[in-house]
Write a protein of this length. Structure first.
Length: 81
């Protein structure tokens, strides 16, 4: 709002040519979020004082890994047709 849209972003002549994202920055942002999710999700168990809570934190970390993997595979399969 303060800065405004990027130059030639909404021009009808250059609409098809406009590259709206950077693939390396998207990948880097995804890795930052994923790393943060490990700290937040596994840390949500509260404490790791015994075997049961450590097991729960490990299960949460596995789910944090498998969920985006399955989502990525699903998107890949849906776009492959």
């Amino acid at each position: 709002i303060i800065v405004g849209p990027r130059k030639a972003r909404f021009d009808t002549e250059t609409e098809a040519e406009f590259d709206g994202h950077s693939v390396p920055f998207c990948a880097l942002g995804t890795l930052f979020l994923w790393f943060g999710w490990y700290g937040f999700n596994s840390g949500s168990t509260g404490e790791l004082h015994d075997k049961a809570t450590a097991n729960t934190a490990g299960l949460v970390a596995v789910n944090t890994t498998l969920s985006p993997c399955v989502s990525g595979l699903l998107v890949f399969l849906l776009r492959a047709k």
